[in-house]
Design a protein around this ligand. Sequence first.
Ligand code: KG4
Ligand code: ZN
Length: 327
Amino acid sequence: MILSIESSCDDSAIAITEIKTKKLLFHKKISQELEHSVYGGVVPELAARLHAEALPKILAECEPYFKDLKAVAVTSTPGLAVTLVEGVTMAKAIAISLDIPLIGVNHLIGHIYSLFIQKESQFPLTVLLVSGGHTQVMEVKSLHEIQTVAKSMDDSFGESFDKVAKMIGLGYPGGPLIEKLAKDGDRLKHNFTVPLHQSPLIAFSYSGLKNAVRLAIQKADGDTSTYKDIAASFEHIATKHLTMKLKKYFKTNPPKTFAIVGGASANLYLRSQIKELLKPHNADLLLSDLKYCSDNAAMIGRVAIDMYENKMFTSPHELSSAPRSSL
Ligand code: KG4
Ligand code: ZN
């Protein structure tokens, strides 16, 4: 079995996964959404302190599995520097005390493997990753061959939902709150400009849309009855930006199997629009279970199985937690 730890942002999670069967035997996540909600975003030092409380609590529940552990895995990059180090330090201590190999997992590859929890992996894939930290398209040939072909030049898709929710005063995380508010709104009420619609670049940008939404909120002058239309129009244009750029990319790189991963891949409007986009290509769409879209340790454990089988280990004095890394 492999014990895996995730602490790259505001979720403390630990999983136990059986190597041979890929079965998830244990998974527990303690989220900090409530604690960060009053600030409208994640406060790194607060997050680190909460990880230091939550991770040992979850680890205590894993004790019955200790004797069967063959390796310990941990998200080592990318993420918040002060929170990554909480998981990495714990993983090193476990590796040293149980004398088992240590596996440092890239969080973005973790999101890709959220598609394969309790399943065989399936490649090649074209993947759209939409999370709080990233918006990128990747061509994934295998665990070792991942090429990023488009990414955001500023804010990420999920982050723009968080910021709009903060402007409206909804709390954090903004994604699910905006999605809920948008349900009864008119998507066509506000004609926000689609970012980079005239640019030939296959890239993403959300800062301009965020500012256009800010102006619409200011114009509403506290009339909260208009917020549902603003939320719906924002969600519509934020999604249209993704589908327009993907459509352009597909002209030269038609997808065979496409996947959406990351916290924001739980968004049902986004899922429906991508489904429509894939129809003319007859491409399959892979999605993670809703409970594994956002950060979790089960996806880290699933990558770790493939890394274990490829003997991709790091010694405890070499593994560092790097806040930034590219794929
Ligand atoms: O993958 P994740 O849990 O953390 C990162 O790796 O960043 O993604 C969290 C992000 C947050 O920005 C959150 O607002 C967004 O995913 N999110 C959503 C939805 N659910 C979560 N965005 C849009 N619609 C949703 N339903
Ligand atoms: Zn994530």
